[in-house]
Write a protein that binds this ligand. Structure first.
Ligand SMILES: C[S@@+](CC[C@H](N)C(=O)[O-])C[C@H]1O[C@@H](n2cnc3c(N)ncnc32)[C@H](O)[C@@H]1O
Ligand code: SF4
Length: 304
């Protein structure tokens, strides 16, 4: 019964998103704007407590979004979009942004679906309790591999892999303990250095895990060493994860395909934006960022 009423509640909560998605599709077809935004992506600054070699944003430490502007964005998004929308905060590292907690608090007060993307390093047990107390919509934790050697080559922080994996466990426990609606999403970026170990990352969370895994493609200059070299092998790896016949599910744009796609960087959401459950923004992302074809939806430890 509890399960049923939870599902019913989720359906009801999803209705405004569904209505907006329909209006958004009609807007795209007709060219008439019939709908306010369903997803707001906010980058407070590139400031970070890490310097990952595949990421460039951490060098952009200025400007930083003043606290009051962050809170104004939350308020004005609610005024403009009413219901059925979400705000996703990224950076840089949101856990070192002083306005994070006031923004979470305000979003909770206004009933807004608010989430953020983090490297998880500052998610101590105490911080996990503090964050989950605001009943956030989603938290994305970026981890490239469960293998510390691979993960810490890409995310250089001593013992950082354990810290981020612990953070995911604590978030999961806290979600369970408090009955929070939180969607907990692990976000690996698919790169030459980590793609072979991605099946182990899925296995790490297990078959019945509450943790979802949302793969995102690497985006960057062509000469970077992060582009996957052996695409056939990559396809095998992903089809293995998906349990699908090789070649059926998987499409990965090679660097050459990325050239000349208008607005790929300007129009698309920033690398690694949240992929929110439900209808929010999925088609728009695919439209603007064809590389997201690789997005294999969200895995709940679907294979073991
Ligand atoms: C820029 S980070 C900011 C949030 C936080 N610091 C973190 O790492 O999760 C947001 C997401 O972008 C991803 N990202 C960074 N550089 C990328 C790139 N060149 N291509 C694809 N994703 C990238 C990260 O892995 C992360 O999931
Ligand atoms: S990916 Fe995230 S954690 Fe890594 S440097 Fe970029 S902003 Fe920082």
């Amino acid at each position: 019964m509890g399960n049923l009423s939870r599902k019913a509640r989720r359906c009801i909560q999803g209705m405004p998103y569904l209505r907006k998605e329909l209006a958004r599709r009609i807007s795209i077809r007709t060219g008439k704007v019939l709908v306010a935004p369903t997803t707001y992506y906010v980058i407070f600054s590139g400031r970070c407590n890490l310097a990952c070699p595949f990421c460039t944003i951490h060098t952009a430490v200025e400007p930083i979004l003043p606290d009051e502007v962050m809170l104004r964005i939350v308020r004005q998004a609610a005024e403009l979009s009413g219901s059925g929308f979400s705000i996703s905060l990224s950076g840089g590292e949101p856990m070192i942004y002083p306005a994070l907690y006031p923004a979470l608090e305000l979003a909770q007060k206004l009933g807004i679906d608010f989430g953020f993307t983090t490297n998880g390093l500052a998610l101590t047990r105490a911080n996990v309790q503090r964050v989950v107390a605001y009943n956030p919509f989603n938290i994305n934790v970026s981890i490239e591999s469960a293998d510390a050697k691979i993960n810490e080559a890409l995310r250089p922080f001593p013992n950082g892999t354990k810290r981020s994996l612990d953070a995911v466990d604590w978030l999961s426990e806290e979600k369970e303990r408090t009955g929070s609606r939180l969607s907990l999403i692990v976000k690996p970026t698919i790169m030459e250095q980590n793609y072979r170990s991605l099946p182990d990352l899925v296995r790490h969370f297990g078959k019945h895990s509450k943790v979802q895994i949302n793969f995102q493609p690497y985006v960057g200059p062509r000469e970077q060493p992060f582009w996957v070299k052996d695409l056939a092998r990559l396809a095998e790896v992903f089809c293995g994860i998906a349990g699908a016949p090789a070649g059926r599910l998987f499409h990965y744009r090679q660097p050459a395909d990325l050239r000349g796609i208008p607005g790929l960087h300007e129009q698309s959401s920033p690398p690694g934006q949240s992929q929110l459950p439900g209808f929010a923004g999925t088609q728009t992302q695919l439209r603007h960022w064809p590389a997201l074809d690789v997005h294999l939806s969200q895995w709940r430890g679907a294979f073991l």
